[in-house]
Every structure is written in C-alpha cells, then in structure tokens.
Ligand binder design. Structure first.
Ligand code: TRP
Ligand code: ZN
Length: 886
C-alpha cells in the first residue's frame, strides 16, 4: 500500500497550542513559474500551552530560502526541517520569525493552497492548505491579525485581492504593481485568501442596520459579467436576513466574491473574500436551471452566514467542524425557506438527507456529527457533518422554540466572539439561555448511525383514548457497537375524518387551551415510552414526525387507506409528501415481486387514483404536486434494499420503470391537461411561483415522453422553443432518456453545437450523457473522456461525467461484467496523484460494496487493487482502509 501508515488523529489528543501568533505579515511575489512568500510571524508562548515546548510549524512542499529569528539568520543546525515540520528548539517568550519560501502554484494540481485556475491565481486554505503557502501554525485555534502585500505583473494581474480592507495600491515600475490588505479581525489561517487576475466586477452597496455602508463586489472573467446579478441580490438578501433573524451585522468596509472555474468544493467563506466555484455563483436564465438559481442563492447565503458562524466564532479543532457547518447549513436552510416555499425546501432537504446521509451513516465511513478520529480531515466534509449537523441544530430549535433559541444564539455569539470554540460551547450557550437540560441531547453529537423510531397506536373507543407507543434504537456503527437512547423531538398531529383532532395528553388539565391544539412536540427520551391522548372522539391516523422533526427512520404500520388519507388531508406538507413516498415504496416492492415471479406489473389502483387526484387538484402548490409524483430515486431504493438483504439494481430499475410507465399511461390525459394548463408566457423569473409551475410542468413532460410518441413530440417542441435553461434541459432529458437512439443523439449534438461556448452548460450536457439508461453508456462515457469538452483537471467536469456515472446511474455503474467498477478504479488511480481530495470523494460509490447482491466480490476486488498501489494519498488511503475493513 504505502511506505508509511498514515497517522490517525484523535480528538482526545487535543492540546492547546504552545505558541500563539498575534500578527502575521505576508508578502507575495507572483511570477510565471514560481511565487515567493515572505512571512513575518509575531509569536509568543501560550500561557495555556505546554511550557518549554519547542516551536513546531506546519509546512508542505515548501522550498525554504531563508529563516531568521528577531532579525538574526538561523544556521541550519539551529532548526530541524522534515517533510512536513519545521522545529526550532530554543526560542524566547515572544519573538518574530521571518521566513522566505519558494512555491510553485502553476504546478499545484491538487487545488489546495495557492494555485492557478486558468489565468488567475487563487487560494483554498480550508482545512489545511495554508501550510502549502508558508511555514505556520496551521490550526484553527491560532488566530492572527493579517497584513498582506501582493506583488505581480500589472498587465496580467490588474486585480490583487486579499481579506479585510484595502490600503492604497502602489505601482512599482517594470510593469509590476503591489496591493496591500489589512484584516483587523484575528483569524485562523484556513480563512486566508488571495486572488490575482484579470478580472471584471459588478458593484453594489449594502447599508447595515446601524447605518454603515459596505461596498459589495463580485469579480469574474469579462465574459461572465452578465451572470452576476442573481448572486448580488442573494448577497443583499442574506445580509438583511442575518440582521433581522439573528441580529448579526457585517463588519468590514468591503465584501468580495470571486468566481473561479477550478475548485474542489462549492465555495469558501474566507473573511471578506469569499471564493466560489463558478458553478455556484454565475447565473442567467439562458444557461442556468431553476435548481441552479436556488443553489446559487443558498450557497451565497451559506458563505455569507459563515462570517458569524465560522469566522467571528470559529472552531477550536477540526473535530468541531459541524459547529460551523451544521449551524451554517441550518441558517441557510431557514433563509431559503423564508425566500421561497418552505415546505418544498423541507422535502428537498429530507430527500438529500435520506439518500446521502442515511447511506453514509449505514456504511463504512459512518461517523458522529463530532467525530472522534480521522486520518485526513478533507474526507470529513460530509453529509453527516453538514446535513445531519444541521438537523441536530434544528432539533435544538424545535425543543427550545424560536425565542429561546435566539437568546441562545445571541449568548453564543456574544460570549465567544473572536474565539475558537467547541460544539460543547454551543450547547452550553443554548442550555444557559433557555434553562433547558440538554445532557442527554448531547448524544446526538457523539453517537453515529441513523436511529429507528417505531410507533404503534391503539384506540380505545369507549374511553375515547388514543395510546401512542414509541420505541427507538440505533444500529451499531464502526467503533460503536452499543448505543444509548437519544432525546428525540417527535412533532405530531392526529388526523380524523374531518381534519386534525385537538390533542390533550392524560396528565394535562381538560381545560388546557393552547393556540394550536392540533399540534404537539413529544419528547422521547427513553428506549420506549407511551403517550396517552384523552378526549379523542374517533380512531385517528397519526401524522408522525411533522416537518421531519428528527433525523430518524420512522416506522409505522399504516394501511394504504391511512396513507391516502394523510396524502390528501393532513395539514403538514412534509407528512403528506412522506405518505406519498411510503405508498410508492409499497407499490415498487409489489412491482419488484411481480417481475421476479414473471408476472405483469399491476399497480395498486389506490396509488394510481391518489396520483390522479393530485394532478387534478389546482388548489395545491404545483411544486408539492411535482414532489409527490416523483418516485423515490434508485439510489435511495438500493440503500433501503441493502438493509433487507442486498440490492439488485436491475430489479429496482425495472420495477421503478414499470410503475412510472403505469402512471404515465393511466394518467396520460391528466398529464397533458396539466402540461397545457401550466404553460406560461411570462418573462422568466426564478421566483417560487414560476419555479413550482415549471417543476410540475416538466414532471408532466417526463411522464408524457415515457408514455410514447405524442409526449416525445411535445418534448421536441419544447426543446426547440424553450426560453430558459430549465425548460430546455428538461426537454433534452426527456428526449435523451425516453426517445429513440437517433433522436437522442441528434438532440445531444444540437444542444452541444448551441452551448459549447458555455462551460457550465457543457457540464450539464456531460451529466445527461453520464446518466443515460442505455446499455452502452459506459462506452459513451469513455469516449467523452477524450472529447474537447472534457478536462480531467477540472473538478466540475470530473463530477459531471465520472461522478454522475458512478453515483447516479446505478444500472450502468453496477454492470454485471464489473466494467463500471474497473472504470472508476482506473480513474481514481490516475487522479489520486493529481488531486487526492477529488479522488477520495469520487471513490465513495465503491465503498458501498456490501450493499449490492452478487457484486460484492467485483467491487471489493477494485478496492483491493487500489489499496495495493504504492503511494496512494492519505485521502484515498483512509477511504480504502475503512471500506475494506467493513
Ligand atoms: N467551508 C466550505 C463551506 O462549506 C467548504 C470548503 C470549501 C472546503 N472548499 C473546501 C472544504 C476545500 C474542504 C476543502 O462553505
Ligand atoms: Zn460551510
């Protein structure tokens, strides 16, 4: 495998730093084949650190040119230099350490540290990229005030940016210039950023609640200047929202966003200088889908919100990552809910949580929201840290209620402003401000795995009493065989024939009047608990886990008629949608059994009729109707099947297709009506009314195209006439997935000819092809690797082609001959040497080898092949090691 086993870092080994840095002065000289970095660190011993410890700095791939302490050049014998550490034994209490290093940003293909994206220099320092820029204490609990100067060629790099506020620029003669920046807010190195390039910008203003004017700029390449307006508006909305909802104001004179094409993740919250993957900031109706507009809005908000939840109050160590990420996702989710349709947002969140996070938590990479150990921190930017972390904060919000939650967040921000803190500090602030005991609740941070919550109801007609028994258990996960009961908020209602029933628990006085007496949040704290409701006049259908009040797998033995009742009459939108999903799961199970027995698929008419009612009901939010008509995805179905003895991807695909076809045929006329009814001549706007209408209309188009030629004709017409990318891409997908091979190829070619100049659109085109159900898709994907539209150095293209094929095209990735697995392993082998972070992420589908019946050995063989390679990165090593140990 590797020369040396990478070290496992343990949370319990945390020690405060032995030294602190008060002030960091950085001078960059950018050249075409190298860069020089001059650093002056104002260090002093940390009174809380280990006394007499040597100074030990982090560094990687740095060529040290000089090193001096308080103005005296150090001789080679006065320090020890190894691959990743620089140690100086004897240092005073407080001193200045100057270093000069040479680095090669042009050769940095890992996109971590200082690198080049096309013609511009940019940085990505989270989590541990700063150590590839200079020798430093690269850990989040070392916070310094940064002074930065950047010197570069004036013609090629007229724009030179860093964090904080700008000072006057200086021309230098000889065609070069220098910019200076000062960030008055002490920050850890992972929030440092630098950008140098030939960029244009749009500019606007924001006046804060206390009346300060902030200059807002978005920097892009000239060709993209017309795609910045939506991000600018989203930024202003975010700034206002954080003032109104959390009382948080922006703190610098400027706020800058820069778009770069080569970026490992979505975006990065560097103080005052957010750097974005261009796919997460650039938008226009011609090139961006509705989902794209929504993504830009939420990511702009996410990075902006980090200014408080992450930057002003940061993490003590990387085990606390969810302190900033979980909280910030919770904040951006609430923002998006306020900007659009809250119920639809919640359904989308639950969908990603169930398909990505539940799967992660059931697999070899399962870890708690606050992990206990890691090999490579980059592997822990996961659905568990982000999405489950957000659910944990949401549960605190549910338990405390909005007012006490706000008091808790005020206390947290006040108490810890300027500090690097822990998840425990967050919970303590919530506890102190609310007076609520969260002792047991803390297990959500330490315990991995998705809890099962099973419910049973009993109605006693004579006593008019309804008894609900709840039982919880959490399955074992790697390193955690035994689990304790969690504190689970269970929001619920009881549905009667004419609507939701009033709720009164046995211990409550009969005259208890609450404003909303049809809604309750029960708190389940034991492994098993019973709740009795009095005065229940009829046998109710329980509406459980309203709003998805906890990240658990809920089990209740509903009859199909119960589910139909919930679908049509329950007041909570999430429960209505979930009832449709549960009904669909039953129908899909039945279809799979029928197919296995060689029988024709007959779909339960109850389900078909319920879908018909949805389509006909013009009072419902079209976006919700679209969500309810969408069957659970093949990935989620495979995940569910895995826990019941293994998934057969072909059977899942066949069953899902059969049910979709039955739905399409049974309701062809209704889909037509709905498609026509929702036609619009309004100019494009990414507002929730239009987005919802397009979502349902394009869902109808998909079913119509599946049903036959008439639908394909509609799709062809829509493809030709579409006035925006949402409609055009939906038509392309309908034709490519359901049309003849000739029609598919012609349409794809036509689309490429029209959009080859827009790299973000070309990525969508790659993704559609990677997800084609056709049997020769792997061969197509292999050909596309050679296409001029593809570039193996660009993470967006890798995700669009290889990522989409392996994680969103189960029947083809899991081909019986194992060619899909070999393909992925070949790509990982190539990629790992260049970009380990992306290589480790793309590897994820292979780690689920235990889930796929009959494919285990083929998948495992590819993992073993990779594990036998010399010099795999730490990133890939950790994933292989955990996957093979499972
Ligand atoms: N902190 C970033 C966010 O969630 C995540 C991020 C951006 C990141 N780039 C990265 C994480 C590179 C690891 C590596 O907003
Ligand atoms: Zn984040």
């Amino acid at each position: 495998m590797r020369d040396a086993q990478p070290q496992v870092i343990q949370r319990k080994d945390y020690r405060p730093p032995a030294f602190l840095i008060e002030r960091t002065e950085l001078g960059f000289e950018l050249h075409e084949d190298h860069a020089l970095v001059n650093a002056c660190l104002h260090l002093r011993r940390n009174p809380e650190g280990e006394p007499d410890a040597a100074l030990e700095l982090h560094g990687q791939e740095l060529e040290l040119l000089s090193l001096s302490l308080d103005g005296r050049e150090l001789a080679p014998g006065e320090y020890q230099l190894s691959a990743e550490r620089l140690v100086v034994e004897a240092v005073p209490e407080s001193f200045q350490l100057r270093s000069q290093v040479r680095i090669r940003p042009q050769d940095n293909t890992a996109l971590d540290g200082l690198y080049k994206s096309r013609a511009m220099f940019c940085t990505q320092c989270e989590a541990e990229g700063f150590r590839k820029i200079t020798w430093y204490l690269d850990r989040p609990d070392v916070m310094a005030e940064f002074h930065v100067s950047i010197e570069a060629d004036q013609g090629r790099y007229p724009v030179l940016l860093s964090n904080g506020n700008p000072l006057a620029p200086e021309p230098l003669g000889n065609g070069r210039h220098r910019a200076r920046w000062h960030d008055p807010f002490p920050k850890p190195a992972y929030l440092f950023a630098l950008v140098a390039g030939d960029l244009r910008h749009i500019e606007d203003k924001f006046r804060t609640a206390s009346g300060r004017d902030v200059t807002l700029r978005i920097y892009v390449e000239e060709k993209d200047l017309d795609k910045c307006d939506h991000a600018m508006l989203s930024l202003q909305q975010s700034m206002r929202w954080d003032e109104e909802v959390y009382g948080r104001e922006y703190d610098l004179d400027v706020f800058h966003i820069v778009a770069v094409d080569d970026f490992n993740m979505g975006a990065m919250e560097n103080k005052g200088l957010n750097i974005f993957n261009s796919s997460c900031v650039l938008c226009s109706p011609e090139i961006t889908t509705d989902a794209g507009f929504e993504r830009v809005q939420s990511i702009v908000a996410h990075e902006y919100f980090h200014n408080w939840s992450g930057n002003r109050v940061t993490c003590r160590d990387w085990f606390q990552l969810s302190l900033k990420e979980g909280f910030t996702v919770f904040r951006d989710e609430a923002f998006s809910a306020d900007m659009g349709s809250a119920t639809v947002k919640r359904v989308e969140e639950v969908n990603t949580l169930r398909s990505a996070q539940f799967a992660e938590d059931a697999g070899p990479m399962s870890h708690p929201v606050r992990p206990d150990s890691f090999v490579e921190i980059s592997n822990f930017y996961t659905a568990t840290i982000y999405q489950k972390g957000a659910e944990v904060v949401r549960m605190i919000h549910t338990l405390l209620g909005p007012e006490r939650f706000r008091q808790g967040s005020d206390l947290y921000f006040e108490r810890h402003d300027g500090q690097a803190v822990t998840c425990e500090d967050f919970v303590l602030a919530m506890e102190e401000a609310s007076g609520m005991d969260l002792t047991q609740f803390r297990r959500w941070y330490s315990q991995a795995g998705t809890p099962r919550l099973s419910a049973r109801g009993e109605y006693d007609a004579d006593a008019q009493r309804y008894t609900l028994s709840l039982r919880q258990s959490t399955p074992p996960t790697p390193g955690q065989p035994d689990k304790e009961p969690l504190m689970i908020p269970v929001a619920l209602g009881l549905l009667g024939a004419a609507g939701n029933l009033p709720l009164r628990l046995t211990e409550e006085a009969p005259d208890t009047e609450t404003a909303d007496n049809t809604h309750r949040v029960l708190v389940l704290a034991e492994a098993e608990q019973t709740f009795c409701f009095e005065g229940v006049m009829e046998a109710p259908v329980p509406a459980l886990l309203r709003g998805f009040s906890a990240p658990v797998r809920i089990e209740y033995d509903y009859s199909s008629a119960d589910l139909c009742a919930l679908m049509s009459r329950e007041e909570d939108g999430f429960v209505r949608w979930d009832a449709a999903q549960q009904l669909a799961l039953r129908v899909l199970d039945a279809a799979q059994e029928q197919l296995a027995a060689g029988a024709p698929v007959e779909v339960d008419p109850l389900y078909l009729d319920a879908c018909g009612e949805l389509l006909a009901d013009t009072a419902l939010d079209p976006a919700m109707v679209a969500e309810m008509l969408r069957l659970p995805g093949e990935g989620y179905l495979a995940e569910l099947a895995a826990s019941r003895g293994g998934a057969d991807v072909d059977a899942i695909h066949a069953a899902r297709n059969a049910v979709r076809t039955a739905l399409a045929q049974r309701h062809a006329a209704a889909f037509q009506d709905c498609y026509q009814r929702l036609a619009s001549s309004e100019p494009y706007a990414p507002d929730s009314a239009q987005i919802g209408a397009r979502s349902l209309r394009n869902t109808c188009l998909d079913y119509l195209a599946l049903a036959g030629d008439e639908g394909l004709e509609l799709a062809a017409a829509q493809f030709a006439d579409a006035g925006n990318m949402s409609d055009r891409l939906a038509a392309l997908q309908a034709l490519a997935y359901h049309g003849s091979a000739a029609q598919r190829d012609a349409t794809l070619e036509w689309f490429y000819q029209d959009w080859q100049h827009e790299t973000l659109v070309v990525n969508q085109w790659l993704q559609v092809q990677a997800t084609l159900p056709a049997a020769d898709t792997l061969e197509r994907v292999q050909r596309l690797l050679q296409h001029p539209a593809f570039d193996s150095r660009n993470p967006n293209k890798l995700r669009a082609l290889i990522g989409a094929f392996c994680s969103a095209n189960p029947v083809n990735f899991h081909r019986a001959d194992g060619a899909g697995y070999r393909f992925l392993a070949d790509r990982i082998e190539e990629l790992d040497a260049r970009n380990p972070q992306i290589a480790a992420r793309l590897l994820t589908p292979l780690t689920k080898w235990r889930n796929y019946r009959g494919r285990e050995q083929l998948m495992r063989a590819q993992l073993q092949r990779l594990a036998a390679l010399p010099n795999v990165s730490r990133d890939v090593y950790e994933v292989l090691d955990k996957a093979l140990a499972s």
